[in-house]
Design a protein around this ligand. Structure first.
Ligand code: ADP
Ligand code: 5GP
Length: 211
């Protein structure tokens, strides 16, 4: 009884539950979460990951990612600075403890955009997020979106499509995600996403209004 009360108190003190977004590269995670953060800028904050991949045109260091060398990333991991890390499509990616703490210190819902290995690793931590899967309507649509985005070489595109096949299978495993949004029509997907997060959004709004 006391332990249950204590653990509830501890999680309330830790602030709102983070939200993990996962799904194949090109499914529309960034598009949807940018929309969400624009509409609710005083509710959500983005956990800025580290990566060894090169910035795409328009991406900003410290905003989209912290762009680092492989050596810097490996040193950070060895020093215990990361909650999780993974190699995706030949590059390293990872969520630092500082990235999540920066957002939680502002009492915002921390959004993590991570791959399936990250999801599995986060499940072994005490972060206790809400897990949302963003899926494309089909592999063909996914390929078209990735090609039209014009950010990948043919090799990177093929690697991402291969990872997507594995990702789409694992996402179907029961209990892996709390909600799945099929991103076909963008506006419809966005409404579904908001619906899935409504309870948490309202909690944060209420707390922020009364403080
Ligand atoms: P991810 O972050 O999952 O890799 P992006 O958000 O970069 O995916 O989306 C991949 C591409 O598809 C982008 O060029 C984006 O503008 C486009 N896109 C995203 N959602 C939709 C949608 N519902 N309909 C059509 N195009 C979309
Ligand atoms: P992109 O190169 O398209 O930005 O990201 C490629 C993949 O890496 C996406 O599936 C994205 O969710 C994932 N990713 C981004 N940051 C992290 C991270 O910190 N950890 C993990 N595990 N995956 C990440």
């Amino acid at each position: 009884m006391y332990m249950r009360y204590f653990s509830r108190l501890m999680s309330a003190m830790a602030g709102p539950r983070p939200v993990v977004f996962s799904g194949p590269s090109g499914a529309g995670k960034s598009t949807l979460l940018k929309k969400l953060m624009k509409e609710y800028d005083s509710v959500f904050g983005f956990s800025v990951s580290h990566t060894t991949r090169k910035p795409r045109p328009g991406e900003q260091d410290g905003k989209d990612y912290h762009y680092v060398t492989r050596e810097e990333m490996q040193t950070g991991i060895a020093n215990g600075e990361f909650i999780e890390s993974a190699v995706f499509s030949g590059n390293m990616y990872g969520t630092s403890k500082a990235a999540v703490q920066d957002v939680q210190a502002k009492n915002l819902i921390c959004i993590l955009d991570i791959d399936m290995q990250g999801v599995k690793n986060i499940k072994t931590t005490d972060l206790n997020p809400i897990y949302i899967s963003i899926q494309p309507p089909s592999m063909d649509v996914l390929e078209k979106r990735l090609r039209d985005r014009k950010t990948e070489s043919e090799e990177s595109l093929q690697r991402r499509l291969n990872a997507a096949k594995v990702d789409m299978e694992i996402s179907k495993e029961p209990g892996m995600f709390d909600a799945t949004v099929i991103n076909d029509d963008l506006e419809e997907a966005y409404q579904q996403l908001k619906q899935a997060l409504l309870e948490e959004i309202n909690v944060v709004k209420k707390v922020n209004m009364s403080s």
